[in-house]
Design a protein around this ligand. Structure first.
Ligand code: MG
Length: 280
């Protein structure tokens, strides 16, 4: 594959991504797929979906998990509801995470990704140890199928991520780096963070955002690519510097406005192509 193939975040049914037709119309070669609900994760649907991807010449570079009950309404709600950290939903979601990995395997996809949730900062807390254990469990399940597990970044600082990755001690555990999330969650300068965790970055999101006036307390704003505080040229230069050549997957999380979403992703594709040419 060429360096930095462009991609979009896509969904089969409900989800934050665009429909497959949109990916096709935007003429991108790759997608990351937001895992569909359990009822759509069967053999026939996988086969049909793969056939559509083939028709559209789309390669699925990762399957992203999501769970019923997750809400990104505000930062405290996100902390309470997202990923495998919250205790109440952990065991059912861990089971579902493994089923999603199996679904990815049925699609021939070797990368499974998720928002793990807010990793506790106190490495001596039982919640930290439990989060390490559940991540090891999922990593081992993925490893048996030759898959890597990528953690979406944002909730943690770069130092916090490194501490956690080293505690899990699994060589199929990597990062899906999202620079805008560092700004949205107020966890640090995304370019500096990328340099620090670079060796673990195996997939990325291209998303942009502006800082909140109360970073870490309230959300910053997600904005069209190139209009926020990430600095897309700096971002791509840093990806180049850390030796990342994988897909550039565009995320624009406004599924409630599909026309605007498509138009802005189209502009993002153009911007990335321009920067790719400049940095060639
Ligand atoms: Mg993201």
């Amino acid at each position: 594959m060429e360096r930095w193939p462009i991609g979009v975040f896509a969904s089969v049914d409900a989800g934050l991504g665009v429909h497959l037709e949109v990916a096709h119309e935007l003429k991108v070669p790759t997608i990351q797929l937001h895992a569909p609900k359990a009822e759509s994760r069967n053999h026939q649907q996988s086969k049909d979906f793969l056939a559509r991807c083939r028709d559209y010449k789309l390669t699925i570079t990762a399957v992203f998990a999501g769970f019923e009950g997750e809400s990104y309404a505000d930062i405290p709600t996100t902390k309470k509801t997202v990923g495998l950290v919250p205790v109440e939903t952990r065991s059912a979601r861990t089971q579902e995470m493994k089923e999603i990995a199996n679904y990815a395997e049925s699609l021939g996809v070797e990368v499974v990704a998720l928002h793990l949730g807010f990793i506790p900062h106190d490495v001596n807390s039982s919640l930290f140890r439990e989060t390490v254990a559940v991540t090891q469990d999922v990593c081992d399940h993925c490893q048996a199928m030759g898959q890597t597990l990528h953690l979406e970044t944002g909730q943690e600082t770069a130092e916090g991520l490194l501490t956690f990755l080293q505690a899990v001690e699994r060589d199929n555990l990597f990062l899906n780096f999202d620079p805008a999330n560092m700004i949205l969650y107020g966890t640090g300068n995304p370019i500096e963070a990328l340099e620090m965790v670079g060796q673990y970055v195996r997939s990325v999101h291209c998303k942009d955002a502006t800082w909140s006036d109360q970073p870490g307390e309230t959300w910053g704003n997600e904005v069209p690519l190139g209009q926020g505080d990430v600095g897309m040229e700096d971002y791509l230069r840093t990806l180049q510097k850390i030796g990342y050549a994988g897909p550039l997957t565009i995320e624009r999380e406004i599924p409630q406005e599909p026309d605007r979403q498509k138009a802005e992703i189209g502009q993002a594709v153009a911007l990335l192509n321009q920067l790719k040419a400049k940095l060639a």
